[in-house]
Design a protein around this ligand. Structure first.
Ligand SMILES: [Zn+2]
Length: 358
């Protein structure tokens, strides 16, 4: 849990034990943070993010192709050139070992285990090589996207991974559709690769982000603001103790009330911590009608929420990386793309300018 003051900066770096050295060398030898030419915009996506698996993906109440649909909407609206999207690499086993244990990664060789984590029971019936290819590979691509986005955010001030945000997964345990801990991974990468020592997680998905909370439980370098419906999954009371700033919502919270609470929370965060990188988990399961989030936020409310967070980052002059996280109703993709268009219209991001230098 982060110290509730900016003095976290003064904390000594973690002891350089063997495990730390191994982690450092894994991070430094990773291929995920490659140089992206300026002809590309810091919007990261791959068509392999989308999960299509013999039709059984339809059994989960998720639009498992929402990531591709977000980009399609942006391209059709004329605000994004397909050629300027950044395609990430797949996170390798060595990359994943930066946070995950060998034993956890070994567990994923059981299709039954994966089926429990992604909450799609029929996945258990398929051979693991097929589950690896159809389910885990798309997730590993999204993890690669989150890590590359942190580099882009540091370089350009902002980045959006049109995917990722698997906030229920911690180093040793997956759950709630989250197999890999991409938020923990990208912050650990940022500490080493960009030599920063203070990161803020703003988690506005409807669910509590118990994965990163457990991973950074005793790490004063990370400040966590989590605003979630307190009456739904994961009800992780242990992890709640590790949230620096907790805003607990009740089922049925409406847009106006939600945005007022967010304003207040961002004000408090600003006085409590001075981050060098913000990871914004922008789940859209706060939308009215979402069967899992059970809040009542309008599509316009989601766009206003995202705008507030981007303005906050701009005000404190801190790089921001946005992840799309949960929210898999058919309407989610449109809401996300409309929000990104709004950010561009308000000049908080720029998807059009293309320097001719590369
Ligand atoms: Zn969620």
């Amino acid at each position: 849990m982060a110290a509730a003051t900016a003095s976290a900066a003064a904390l000594p770096a973690s002891p350089a034990g063997d495990a730390d050295n191994v982690r450092r060398s894994r991070i430094l030898s990773s291929k995920l943070c490659f140089d992206v030419p300026l002809s590309k915009v810091p919007l990261v996506y791959s068509s392999s993010y989308n999960i299509t698996f013999l039709g059984i993906e339809k059994l989960h109440p998720f639009d498992s192709s929402k990531w591709g649909r977000v980009c399609d909407f942006l391209i059709k609206a004329g605000v994004l050139d397909k050629m300027r999207i950044v395609e990430p690499l797949e996170a390798s086993k060595d990359d994943l070992l930066v946070v995950h244990s060998e034993s956890y990664l070994k567990e994923l060789k059981s299709s039954l285990k994966v089926s429990i984590i992604v909450e799609v029971p029929p996945v258990a019936l398929f051979p693991n090589w097929l589950v690896q290819q159809k389910v885990l590979y798309p997730f590993r691509k999204q993890v690669g996207g989150t890590i590359l986005s942190s580099k882009l955010a540091m370089e350009r001030g902002w980045a959006i991974n049109v995917g990722g945000g698997f906030h229920h997964c911690s180093a040793n345990e997956g759950g709630g559709f989250c197999v890999y801990a991409d938020i923990t991974l990208c912050i650990q990468f940022a500490f080493v690769r960009f030599n920063i020592s203070r990161a803020m997680i703003i988690d506005l998905d409807a669910h509590q982000g118990n994965g990163h909370e457990k991973d950074f439980a005793n790490d004063g370098r990370v400040y966590i603001l989590d605003m979630y419906n307190a009456g739904i999954y994961p009800l992780d009371y242990e992890a709640r103790r590790y949230i620096d700033q907790k805003v607990e919502l009740v089922t049925g919270t409406k847009t106006e009330d939600y945005l007022a609470q967010l304003d207040k929370a961002l004000e408090v965060a600003k006085t409590n911590f001075d981050p060098e990188l913000i990871v914004y988990n922008a789940g859209t399961d706060i939308l009215e009608g979402d069967p899992l989030g059970r809040l009542k936020i309008s599509p316009e409310g989601v766009a206003m929420r995202d705008e507030k967070v981007f303005r906050f980052a701009k005000e404190i002059n801190t790089p921001l990386l946005m992840l799309t996280s949960g929210g898999y109703m058919k309407s989610s993709a449109r809401v996300i793309s409309d929000s990104i268009i709004n950010l561009a219209q308000k000049n908080l991001i720029d998807l059009s300018r293309c320097p001719s230098t590369s």
